[in-house]
Ligand binder design. Structure first.
Ligand SMILES: NC(=O)c1ccc[n+]([C@@H]2O[C@H](COP(=O)([O-])OP(=O)(O)OC[C@H]3O[C@@H](n4cnc5c(N)ncnc54)[C@H](O)[C@@H]3O)[C@@H](O)[C@H]2O)c1
Ligand SMILES: [Mg+2]
Ligand SMILES: [Mg+2]
Ligand SMILES: [Mg+2]
Ligand SMILES: [Zn+2]
Length: 423
């Protein structure tokens, strides 16, 4: 690739005088910064200097690539290492976590069986409760409207929820927030279902507090709390739906801090040995970006329920006895008629509506003809990279777009789009 393709002007203007300053994140017409050029050329000294001067390592060019993506794609090993180390130090979770996956609580699963411990923790001064009503979380709007995230979970004290607890609502032990430093205390966290109580009382303890719709409003929670919300909501949803024993139909009682339901009928088989009817459910689903055999296009679909103009990865629930790869091949063929060969795992995401676990994959197609399953899908089509960039950046001429960054579909699509040098 010639330098002019990267947008460097061939005829440079005279050098800057020694005293002048230059904006460290200045971009060219293709959105490239000096850091991106240094990454492209593997110039580690320039990268280090730019990082020292405070340049923004997270900027993306017009084709959606960061300096890190560029260094990686162009096989600039040393530059990749420097950039990776820097990004990891800045935010260790940035590259690893999908939304709803970041949960800073220590789940302390061994403590769940200790009823006395749980009861004493419930009453402790530094314990906090997250409240739900009809599976809607109780949140406080964030003041700064210029910020990306709109809500934080309201963290209530025992005295705020004491009245609700008297009627014995479902309560889930979520885990312990470990705080470092000599003075700081650990906070034990519980979720409490306040559906049956008077929610106006809660609003009095927490001015500005409000219940929001889990979908899509919960996608506006601060990402550091999205995992706690996911754990709490999936657990309360399970406690709400599974009131009766799946084996004999008797009433069940909540045990182990909300993490188990026990059949009241003493001689029920579910009380002998370990039974999956007693424990919370997780439904594994696959979600995949199908790439054409020549690697130039990918397949996106529109479910009938999608908002107009939104396209996403195909997805589907796993069936018993299936491997992840087999589910990907079956769902893709069912929904689009396209046959898939190689399947590679990308990343996963809890999806608490109510309890899916999305297993994200990139799959390589071995055929291209599309025959849409008209029961589930409105359409499925192949898209080329430049069109995907337009969809990612809300610049598509037809107004097409893909799901927001909180959805794993967005992350899989973005990582595929980035894996190219030249669009
Ligand atoms: N996070 C994301 O980016 C993202 C994107 C798309 C879909 N999803 C989620 O993926 C999941 C699966 O996708 P899908 O709806 O296309 O699946 P799908 O293609 O398997 O079709 C859905 C149908 O599967 C059946 N089904 C089988 N097992 C089921 C189960 N355990 N629970 C509910 N229905 C079951 C039902 O008849 C349902 O109508 C959904 O929960 C969806 O919300 C997440
Ligand atoms: Mg599907
Ligand atoms: Mg399907
Ligand atoms: Mg299915
Ligand atoms: Zn039973």
């Amino acid at each position: 690739m010639s330098t002019s393709t990267l947008g460097v002007k061939e005829n440079r203007t005279p050098p800057f005088p020694a005293s002048s300053t230059v904006e460290v994140d200045q971009r060219n017409d293709k959105g490239w910064t000096a850091l991106m050029f240094a990454a492209r050329n593997g110039n580690v000294d320039v990268i280090n200097t730019l990082l020292e001067k405070g340049c923004d390592v997270n900027l993306v060019n017009k084709t959606g690539q960061t300096a890190q993506d560029i260094a990686f794609f162009w096989d600039q090993g040393n530059a990749s290492k420097v950039l990776n180390d820097f990004v990891n130090k800045q935010n260790p979770d940035k590259q690893l976590r999908n939304y709803f996956s970041l949960n800073y609580l220590d789940r302390c699963s061994e403590q769940r069986k200790k009823e006395d411990w749980l009861q004493s923790k419930i009453r402790e001064e530094c314990t906090r409760f997250i409240a739900f009503s009809e599976l809607k979380p109780f949140v406080v709007p964030l003041e700064d409207r210029t910020k990306r995230w709109r809500y934080t979970l309201a963290k209530l004290k025992f005295c705020d929820v004491e009245n609700y607890l008297k009627s014995n609502p479902p309560v889930v032990f979520l885990g312990v927030q470990r705080n470092s430093g000599p003075e700081s205390l650990d906070h034990t966290m519980f979720a409490v279902d306040c559906t049956e109580g008077n929610i106006e009382d809660l609003k009095k303890c927490c001015p500005g507090g409000t219940f929001i719709n889990p979908f899509p409003s919960a996608l506006q929670l601060e990402p550091s709390e999205a995992g706690i919300f996911a754990e709490a909501r999936s657990m309360l949803d399970w406690l709400y739906r599974y009131k009766y024993c799946g084996t004999c139909g008797s009433v069940t009682v909540i045990a182990e801090g909300g993490h188990k339901r026990v059949c009241e009928k003493k001689d029920c088989i579910s009380n002998k040995g370990i039974h999956n009817t007693c424990y919370p459910r997780t439904d594994p689903s696959v979600i995949m970006l199908v790439v054409s055999p020549d690697g130039k296009k990918c397949l996106l679909g529109r479910k009938k329920s999608f908002p107009a103009k939104m396209w996403s990865c195909l997805a589907g629930f796993m069936e018993p006895g299936e491997s992840i790869e087999d589910t990907v091949r079956r769902e893709v063929e069912e929904e689009s008629g396209v046959k898939v060969g190689k399947v590679e795992y990308h990343s996963s995401q809890p999806w608490p509506f109510p309890a899916s676990l999305m297993l994200g994959c990139v799959a390589t197609a071995v055929s291209e003809d599309v025959k849409v399953d008209e029961d589930e899908m409105e359409d499925a089509q192949w898209f080329r990279r430049p069109e995907l960039v337009q969809m990612l950046t809300h610049q598509h001429p037809n107004g097409y777009y893909i799901p927001p960054e909180q959805a794993i579909a967005h992350q899989i699509i973005k990582s595929w789009v980035r894996m190219t040098a030249n669009l």
